[in-house]
Design a protein around this ligand. Structure first.
Ligand code: C5P
Length: 277
């Protein structure tokens, strides 16, 4: 049995570059892993080839629509190995929040399956395979800080950023990723140069923005109200992560709890070369 942490992520900035002929969008985004994490127990059975997933949260599907079992299918397809996966997911990362919980679970599963088979494949191979089942999954094979382009799957690893006071807020209503991208008005994108913004983060004078905030606010207007309320607490920055509906807040503030929203105090998380998070 192997137990691994499966961390969440935030997008410190997210620029949508354009809409692609395949329906996806090219992005340029600074991803950072954070220590709000799920925990997953894995074991494999080489004689019995059916998978079995259980989860502490009854609202999470445990059939093959779950990215954990999707990742097991991918691993079997890529390696030709025969095994059944037994996994138990302790769910702490809120879903439909833009915190990458499902993607992280998939990456963690590929890492675990490789380890349980004696680590025959290198992380860069797992990273490459993982793009087939989700755009945000490859990021988790970086060391926790990366500049991601393409659909999100082109990952440039970066050195860890300076720690900062960080809060996450998850409003009651979530947002499906595809709905937010569909709502995006491609004529209303920011004209920030992502390379310059990346440089501002590396030089510790960061600029935070997310081109998916406006379409998310169009779908759920209460998110714009919540953002203003969080700013009124005195935070320096309040920004939606990914396609929402979760926010991260930066600043030396201790926010009061907000009705209908979950609040988490967290930190940036990076991993060392050979170990998972
Ligand atoms: O790749 P993933 O399955 O996470 O994407 C979910 C949905 O989000 C896609 O079907 C697509 O509608 C949208 N998406 C997008 N551009 C991206 C990533 C996701 O349009 N770069």
């Amino acid at each position: 049995m192997l137990t691994l942490r499966s961390p969440a992520k935030i997008n410190l900035f997210l620029k949508v570059v354009n809409r692609r002929p395949d329906g996806y969008h090219n992005l340029a985004s600074l991803f950072q892993a954070i220590d709000l994490s799920d925990q997953i127990q894995f074991s494999i059975n080489k004689h019995y080839c059916a998978d079995h997933l259980t989860c502490t949260d009854p609202t999470i599907p445990t059939d093959h629509s779950n990215l954990i079992l999707n990742a097991a299918d991918l691993f079997r397809r890529k390696t030709g190995f025969a095994f059944g996966l037994e996994a138990h997911l302790e769910k702490n990362i809120p879903h439909q929040a833009g915190f990458g919980g499902g993607s992280s679970n998939a990456a963690t599963t590929l890492w675990a399956l490789n380890q349980l088979h004696g680590s025959p494949f290198c992380p860069s191979e797992l990273m490459q395979w993982s793009a087939e089942i989700g755009s945000d999954i490859p990021f988790f094979f970086s060391h926790g800080t990366a500049y991601c382009t393409g659909r999100g799957e082109v990952v440039q690893c970066l050195s860890p950023l300076k720690q900062t006071n960080l809060w996450l807020i998850k409003p009651k209503n979530g947002l499906p990723t595809a709905a937010v991208f569909n709502q995006l008005n491609i004529k209303n994108l920011s004209n920030h140069d992502p390379k310059q913004i990346l440089d501002s983060h590396i030089k510790k004078t960061p600029l935070y923005f997310n081109d998916l905030e406006q379409p998310a606010f169009d779908l759920l207007p209460e998110l714009a109200t919540l953002k203003q309320k969080l700013l009124s607490f005195g935070f320096d920055t309040v920004l939606m992560s990914g396609s929402g509906s979760g926010f991260f807040c930066l600043g030396d503030v201790c926010p009061s709890t907000h009705e209908d929203a979950l609040l988490y105090k967290t930190t940036f998380l990076n991993r060392s070369d050979e170990e998972w998070y």
